[in-house]
Design a protein around this ligand. Sequence first.
Ligand code: ZN
Ligand code: ZN
Length: 134
Amino acid sequence: MKRGGSGADKGSAKLDAVVAEARRQAEQRERDYRARALKMYPWVCGRCGREFTRENLRELTVHHRDHDHDNNPSDGSNWELLCLYCHDNEHARYVDFVRGEGYGLPSGQGGESEEEGATHRPFAGLDGLLKHGD
Ligand SMILES: [Zn+2]
Ligand SMILES: [Zn+2]
């Protein structure tokens, strides 16, 4: 079966492409249902009632009520918008018997974004550094 030798490389390259494509589609699908859910529902956490705007919208997440990422009915009945913290809680209750949706938040990173007027500008001054030199 090993005659020719170059066939294996093509095969694995093709497999890589298939895997990459599957991953891309999964990510695409995730963006897709998120966008649909955000169009369908008001930008409010379904648990704590926190309201969201464009500025902090990335902290509002789409939860699957039955914890099945592949269950995305077009009427949105399996989606619920939750803030990061409530989403984390929701999964903490569930994670004992199912490995959850895996959105990969480190737990215990609370509070950071709650502060109003926090002026942290991590790239302040970077411009000057980059332009340094003659
Ligand atoms: Zn919440
Ligand atoms: Zn969830």
